[in-house]
Design a protein around this ligand. Structure first.
Ligand code: NAD
Ligand code: UPG
Length: 327
């Protein structure tokens, strides 16, 4: 297929672009490099620098694309609480422009990066796709708004669409991984502390109603996630918008993640305690049964030590290319 990958200079998009190229697809990346890195774009991909909303009409109009994988977004929970305008403009407005370009050019398929954050604080875990969607932060609200827009476009205009609601993505694949200029995600921060690039890791909140008082997340290996995108492209049906959760199915607390990183690296990781981060739910764990049943997806790298080991190997190999500025 001829594919447009938005946000393909970012973490998940760059891994997925590689996996798509390896599967024989023809990939064009559009990215404004706000959080992504030019050198993360695979060499075999064409690259267009700029905003997806402004550039999509020209790119999609200039060739018969078979589909779009839409990763480009602002995606930080804490930042979205402080700067919601960045999220409504950067996520919703940009995605609506992309949807219009998809409609007017007759591009048949869309796979969208949705998120666990659309559910908010769940009544029960594991979270299924029919669970209530009550986002606890603007980031989740903007992703849910885009999901609703996609449903309307699929119903009215025959778009074949799939939203993949990822839980917490981690790990590395094929020389691509997490290397943001300003890092806020737990596992890369903990590994940067292990490397000595940070003095310590802050644990945001020790008073959650969880076994050890810290927040629990479901970590999914980025390669398992990329394989789900390949399956979603094949499974998308014209006029339908399907939504699938993607996680490993187990929850790990912040303390457990730090302990696992310490075991994998063999290094001490100093911690300091900090208040809860605004907008954070206590526990997010996925049921991926629908994706397993409908898409034939099978997560294969579900063990947290494996996910951390891949991230650690990538972090150590970065050397001078590491962007390790504390958030
Ligand atoms: N990382 C996770 O744990 C996680 C979990 C659930 C969902 N997601 C979703 O997956 C997607 C990718 O996340 P990530 O962790 O790789 O983030 P990232 O910040 O590493 O990548 C996002 C990329 O999009 C680009 N971008 C942002 N706005 C753009 C715009 N308007 N036009 C063009 N390019 C733009 C950035 O420069 C960056 O390269 C996002 O949509 C995010 O919401 C991520
Ligand atoms: O220095 C840190 C960083 C994070 N955390 C905690 O670790 C957990 C995980 O945080 P983080 O890695 O920042 O991920 P989330 O905020 O859970 O969000 C990620 O996972 C969501 C899906 O669950 C995605 O939608 C988001 O895009 C992605 O950033 C949370 O409880 C944080 O409060 C800390 O205690 N200290």
């Amino acid at each position: 297929m001829k594919l447009l990958v938005t946000g393909g200079a970012g973490y998940v998009g760059s891994v997925c672009a590689r996996v798509m190229i390896d599967a024989g697809h023809d990939v064009t990346v559009v990215d404004n490099l706000t959080t992504g890195n030019r050198d993360a774009v695979p060499e075999a991909a064409a690259f267009v620098e700029g905003d997806v909303g402004a550039l999509a009409p020209e790119i999609l109009g200039g060739g018969s694309f078979d589909g779009v994988l839409h990763f480009a977004a602002q995606s930080l929970v804490g930042e979205s609480v402080e700067q919601p305008e960045k999220y409504w403009q950067g996520n919703v407005v940009e995605s609506l422009k992309l949807l219009e370009a998809i409609r007017t050019t007759g591009t048949p398929r869309l796979v969208f990066s949705s998120t666990a954050a659309t559910y908010g604080e769940p009544d029960a875990v594991p979270i299924v796709e029919s669970s209530p969607t009550r986002p606890t932060n603007p980031y989740g609200a903007t992703k849910l708004a885009i999901d609703h827009a996609i449903t309307s476009y699929a119903n009215a205009h025959g778009l074949a669409a799939i939203s993949l609601r990822y839980f917490n993505v981690a790990g590395a694949h094929g020389g691509a991984g997490e290397n943001r200029r300003v890092e806020t995600h737990l596992i890369p921060i903990v590994l940067q502390a292990a490397m000595g690039h940070r003095e310590s890791v802050k644990i945001f909140g020790t008073d959650y109603h969880t076994d050890d008082g810290t927040a629990v997340r479901d970590y999914i290996h980025v390669y398992d996630l990329a394989r789900a995108h390949a399956l979603a492209l094949e499974a998308a049906i014209a006029g339908r918008h399907a939504i699938y959760n993607l996680g490993s199915g187990s929850g790990f607390s912040v303390r457990q993640v730090i302990e696992t990183c310490s075991e994998v690296t063999g290094l001490d990781i100093p911690v300091v305690y900090a208040p809860r981060r605004a907008g954070d739910p206590a526990v997010l764990i996925a049921s991926s049964d629908k994706a397993i049943g409908d898409l034939g997806w099978e997560p294969t790298n579900t063990a947290l030590p494996t996910i951390v080991a891949d991230a650690w190997e990538y972090t150590r190999a970065l050397g001078d290319r590491a962007h390790s500025a504390p958030a």
